[in-house]
Design a protein around this ligand. Structure first.
Ligand SMILES: C[S@@+](CC[C@H](N)C(=O)[O-])C[C@H]1O[C@@H](n2cnc3c(N)ncnc32)[C@H](O)[C@@H]1O
Length: 280
């Protein structure tokens, strides 16, 4: 990744933040999480990290980034949590859920279906998968969903499974009644995912760049959506090679609407709208 130092650039906020500080932040997050932060994101980085500087009582970004570079685990976690972009929604890119439902409906009873949501954010994606699977399988077969993300804050929200009611706009009415409990009193305006659906999903922290992925076996479906956009071409390729090794030979990989796999054609073939199968 080209890193423009831009030592002259300076942010005019409460804390001293130079172009060199920004370059160090870009280099760290790229090395640690594969995230290629665009050069134009200096203001965004300032506003997202200023709270951490206050919390740590440091006066400059230079001092702050030295703490992160020093590898203090809690601060590295807080730094990553602050800088990830977690935008998501229930049934986002709905064609994937339609394909999933069709595949599951034709699946003979037997071995539990395994599904991995590898950038699950706050749970809307894995719970949409779980609702689809419950409905399509109709109790014939179990489904288990592994939901992983690098950001521990969003994982905690996913585990809790509490969402504002107005985020359910794309959830079909029948699913709202079947899979959510409405809050009352101080929880008015919120819903909670019912326990049987929550039990289908396990939330775990996983950095896709980690050398070891702890899972054993292969998945029938992998959702890797709207995360590869943050990675450069080489990182995407390396992750896709690893994903290919944990997808069942007849499995499907779903990617985000702006994530094409044409540079990984030796691994995957397209078989639907942003839907891929392993090349045999
Ligand atoms: C924009 S959200 C996409 C959420 C969901 N997949 C969707 O499409 O709605 C991107 C997620 O990728 C996660 N992420 C970024 N870098 C990651 C990495 N190296 N390993 C795992 N997750 C990462 C972020 O924390 C964020 O929650």
């Amino acid at each position: 990744m080209p890193l423009t130092g831009g030592g002259a650039a300076q942010h005019a906020g409460q804390f001293e933040f130079t172009g060199d500080d920004f370059a160090r932040i870009r280099a760290f997050i790229y090395r640690y999480a594969g995230i290629a932060l665009a050069p134009g994101k200096m203001d965004m980085v300032y506003s997202r990290l200023a709270r951490r500087l206050r919390a740590r009582g440091v006066a400059s970004f230079s001092d702050y980034i030295s703490i992160v570079e020093g590898g203090e685990p809690e601060e590295v976690e807080a730094f990553i949590n602050a800088l990830t972009t977690n935008m998501t929604s229930f049934f986002r890119e709905p064609h994937h859920f339609k394909t999933l439902a069709e595949r599951l409906a034709h699946r003979p009873a037997g071995r539990a279906v395994t599904i991995w949501s590898c950038a699950s954010s706050s749970g809307e994606e894995p719970y949409s998968i779980a609702m689809t699977a419950q409905d399509a399988l109709g109790g014939r077969t179990q489904a288990s969903i592994l939901a992983t993300d690098i950001d521990t804050n969003v994982l905690a929200r996913g585990r809790e499974g509490i969402y504002p009611v107005d985020q359910l706009d794309k959830v079909p009415e029948a699913y709202r009644r079947r899979f959510f409990l409405r809050g009352d009193g101080k929880n008015e305006g919120f819903v909670r995912v019912k326990e049987d659906l929550r039990r289908m999903v396990s939330f775990k922290r996983l950095n896709l760049l980690d050398h070891e992925w702890p899972m054993r076996g292969r998945f029938d479906f992998i959702f890797c959506r709207n995360v590869m956009i943050y990675f450069d071409r080489n990182t995407q390729q390396a992750i896709l090679e690893r994903i290919a090794r944990v997808l069942q030979p007849d499995g499907l990989l779903f990617v985000g609407h702006s994530e094409s796999l044409h540079h990984a054609q030796d691994l995957f073939r397209i078989c639907g709208n942003t839907t891929y199968a392993l090349r045999s």
